[in-house]
Design a protein around this ligand. Sequence first.
Ligand code: CU
Length: 118
Amino acid sequence: MVLFPSFPFVAIVLFAVLAGGARAAEREVTVQLVGGKPVDAPAVIRIGQGDVLRLTVRADARDELHVHGYDVLLPLRAGTPATAVIEATASGRFPVTSHHATGLLAHRPLFHIEVLPR
Ligand SMILES: [Cu+2]
């Protein structure tokens, strides 16, 4: 009987634990827009680089959501949820804007997506 595991076994377990800690995660966030403003939504959605964000938006009017930096445009129809699947390849802080509620020129962020580097 072997009381102490051999070195390769320890190395493999250690590698599995370390690799598991940095594994990409999937995060789901739902945001509701009423009158063009987010309701009960976080001001910042924080995820790690490499994670996948499933961002579902339900609006009470036709609109277009824009995730800057990732150049994701999400068309919104009143009462119909729409989902953008964002693979967080780039780190940084990215504003999410509405193109109809605030207008293309005003373009104020509704909230931010913050991708923390790994
Ligand atoms: Cu925009």
